[in-house]
Design a protein around this ligand. Structure first.
Ligand code: C2E
Ligand code: MG
Ligand code: MG
Ligand code: MG
Length: 288
């Protein structure tokens, strides 16, 4: 069976012996353009809290409600989008939507809040990425100080020259840069002295084992110590228990994120802060 996908150039061949998961991938890839046109994507936000539990930032995480396939999670479709060349359209959509919604967040919380946008490895190969971001800032009148970008270490390093150029420019505007899922990628740490970043995000796999594994605690403490020595901020992902949070705070972790505080939720479901964001919170300035 051959079918030419409606619209833009995804050519697919369905055969009876094709696995269900392969068919699903093709369906997902072929649905992305329509999803953008028909407004099936939305952004959820997950708070990042400081040591006092005050929400100082929000990570934008994309969600897709497909009319027939139901909810498809980014863990599945971002990879498909990368493999099928559709990630660019998604990233442009995410950047614009996050910029559009930013004002609701700053109005409600504080002008010091930061919204984090995830970038994929493929985005970093686009020489136009800076221009997309910059024009979204202009269109929606965004202060770049309210924006942070999250990128994994492998995405950064696989495109070292273009990443470095991009993040230097964004940094000069006032954006922050965070290294996502830190500790799961490269074995060499020498690059940490060369790249433009502000924050390390400790991967959830370390946080999950804090209570059960002495080794994990040691690795976590070492990552925090490394970040401090490099004058980087540190954020821990996937905090689900009070004791994980207590431990991370005691070790000097700046911010944490996880189900203990909130799952990613639609904008209007975010809880209010019990206290204003401290003034010194975003005033740090890091040059490495
Ligand atoms: P990530 O950037 O590392 O995001 C963290 C993921 O962990 C999110 O999954 C979040 O919902 C989940 N999480 C947060 N706290 C907890 C917790 O306490 N426990 C557990 N079990 N999970 C927690 P999500 O939203 O499914 O996103 C998965 C990945 O998909 C993200 O990992 C990111 O790499 C990617 N992604 C999500 N949105 C976007 C986007 O807009 N653009 C791009 N390029 N990638 C995105
Ligand atoms: Mg992230
Ligand atoms: Mg992460
Ligand atoms: Mg992670």
């Amino acid at each position: 069976y051959r079918s030419k996908a409606r619209g833009r150039g995804v050519y697919t061949i369905f055969s009876p012996e094709m696995s269900e998961s392969h068919k699903r991938k093709i369906m997902i890839a072929n649905s992305i353009d329509t999803a953008i046109e028909e407004n099936q994507f939305c952004l959820y936000y997950q708070p990042k809290v400081d040591g006092n539990g005050i929400q100082v930032g929000f990570e934008a995480l994309i969600r897709w409600h497909h009319p027939e396939m139901g909810n498809i999670m980014p863990g599945e479709f971002i990879l498909v989008a990368e493999q099928s060349g559709k990630i660019t359209a998604i990233t442009q959509w995410v950047i614009r939507r996050a910029c559009e919604e930013l004002h609701q967040i700053t109005d409600r919380f504080s002008s010091r809040v930061r919204v984090a946008i995830n970038l994929s490895v493929h985005d970093l190969r686009h020489s136009d990425l800076f221009d997309w971001i910059y024009s979204a800032f202009q269109e929606y009148n965004v202060n770049p100080r309210n924006i942070e970008f999250e990128v994994t270490e492998s995405a950064y390093l696989d495109n070292f020259d273009s990443s470095e150029k991009l993040f230097k420019r964004l940094h000069n505007l006032g954006c922050k840069i965070a290294l996502d899922d830190f500790g799961t990628g490269y074995s060499s740490l020498s690059y940490l002295t060369q790249i433009t970043i502000d924050t390390l995000k400790i991967d959830r796999q370390f946080v999950t084992q804090i209570e059960t594994s002495e080794r994990c605690r040691l690795v976590t403490v070492s990552i925090i110590d490394l970040a401090k020595r490099l004058s980087l901020k540190i954020c821990a992902e996937g905090v689900e228990t009070e004791s994980q949070w207590d431990y991370l705070r005691a070790q000097g972790c700046d911010t944490v994120q996880g189900y203990l505080f909130s799952k990613p939720v639609p904008l209007h479901e975010l809880k209010d802060n019990h206290q204003d964001i401290p003034h010194d919170f975003t005033n740090y300035r890091i040059d490495i």
